[in-house]
Design a protein around this ligand. Structure first.
Ligand SMILES: *Cc1c(COP(=O)(O)O)cnc(C)c1O
Length: 400
């Protein structure tokens, strides 16, 4: 973990500048691009210095499970973009959520989590944390009464994702922050879908942001990684967990994410523009029953998304007329889009949530969550929008 950049020249700088400039500390070689420090350990000038570094009396690198200069640059940059005091890089998005939970929860604690979070996050809470005496209740993202009534004296954390996957439901981050504060809980927000280019939960009162850097921060589907951003006090705990238990970010992956961050805003704006155009086009297709995208005025979260997000993001979903068979035919009829559950890539991806990402839910749970068998999710990439429309047209033609 490292403090947010302290480069005076960047004080008050805007997001685009921070995304490109923050966190850099040049070596004596004068390199322009950020170097990759591919080293597991670091050497000391003397036995005394080694002792001081190990004892924590002197700061400096010791071992890349603790700190690594390339990872540090990434940490400073994502902290600057999210407007957080400090950040820690992790091996994956799940490692970011695990580290947050392990560092800040203890046996006997209670967590209230949105029902509409990433499936593996649900498993992490309901399968693993319960083994260590942490209880978790899941509530619908938009049901304020359910959040309020799930909170009990042992509740220490509220965990959520907004916008939700795959229906783009939008939670009111200011209201959720107020609820957390009133009950002495931490509000943790998974900001994977919007990224700091579109939404900054800490500025709306959240305590901690977690990321899967695998998605839009990389943006080109190359590396798996994650990050946790928040106050120095909380991040110190998260860092100690990572140092001790090991799911830290690799220097190479940190370097890839640094390159991704440089174009984050451009990409997020382009993803949002393309997704809006595709959503509008889909709404006009006779084979489509309903489109879910918060950029559409018909979406219940539209006004709130407009208020708390800078853009509506790159993920949308839609129901085709019919059932699973029709949805599968549309998906199999496309030829350009990649049939994969990943998202946040320059490559457009298409997937059938009911039988993949949400396949483990019972029919009842799935219906409650609004994920019907005729639903298709698209993570809109940066190909030419007309080609994407033609590709979906091929899918609709396959309906016969
Ligand atoms: C992918 C994802 C994760 C998990 O991230 P990994 O990098 O795959 O471990 C967590 N939250 C959301 C919203 C995601 O989409």
């Amino acid at each position: 973990m490292t403090d947010q950049f302290d480069d005076d020249a960047l004080a008050g700088a805007q997001l685009d500048t921070l995304a490109i400039r923050s966190g850099i500390s040049r070596t004596h070689e004068g390199e322009h691009a950020e170097p990759i420090f591919a080293t597991s350990s670091f050497v000391f000038g003397s036995a005394e210095e080694a002792a001081a570094r190990f004892g924590g009396e002197e700061s400096g690198n010791v071992y890349s499970r603790y700190t690594n200069p390339t990872v540090r640059t990434f940490e400073q940059r994502i902290a600057a973009l999210e407007g957080g005091e400090t950040a820690v890089g992790t091996a994956s998005g799940m490692a970011a959520i695990l580290a947050t939970a392990m560092a800040l929860l203890k046996s006997g604690d209670h967590v209230v989590c949105s029902r509409d979070v990433f499936g593996t996050t649900t498993n992490l809470f309901s399968k693993y944390l319960v083994k260590f005496g942490v209880e978790v209740d899941f509530v619908p993202l938009l049901d304020a009464v359910a959040w309020q009534s799930a909170i009990r004296p042992e509740t220490v954390m509220l965990f959520m994702e907004t916008p939700s996957n795959p229906l783009c439901e939008v939670a009111d981050l200011e209201a959720m922050s107020a609820l957390a504060r009133a009950n002495d809980c931490l509000l943790v927000v998974d900001n994977c879908f919007c990224t700091p280019a579109l939404q900054r939960p800490l500025s709306l009162g959240a305590d901690i942001v977690v990321h899967s850097a695998t998605k839009y921060l990389d943006g080109q589907g190359r590396c798996v990684g994650g990050a946790v951003v928040g106050s120095a006090k909380h991040m110190t705990e998260v860092e100690i967990f990572l140092r001790t238990c090991g799911p830290t970010m690799s220097a190479f992956n940190a370097w890839v994410f640094l390159k991704g961050l440089e174009t984050l805003r451009l990409r997020m704006d382009a993803h949002s523009k393309a997704a809006l155009e595709l959503a509008q086009w889909l709404s006009e297709q006779s084979a489509v029953e309903k489109v879910y995208y918060s950029g559409l005025e018909s979406h219940p979260g539209h006004r709130l998304a407009k208020k708390q997000q800078r853009g509506f993001g790159g993920v949308l979903s839609f129901q085709v007329k019919g059932g699973q068979e029709q949805a599968w035919r549309v998906i199999d009829g496309t030829q350009i889009m990649s049939l994969t559950a990943n998202l946040g890539d320059t490559k457009t991806t298409i997937v059938h949530p009911a039988t993949t990402t949400h396949g483990r839910l019972t029919d009842e749970q799935r219906s409650q969550a609004g994920i019907e068998r005729n639903l298709i999710r698209v993570s809109v990439g940066l190909e030419d929008i007309e080609d994407l429309k033609s590709d979906l047209q091929r899918g609709f033609a396959a309906l016969g």
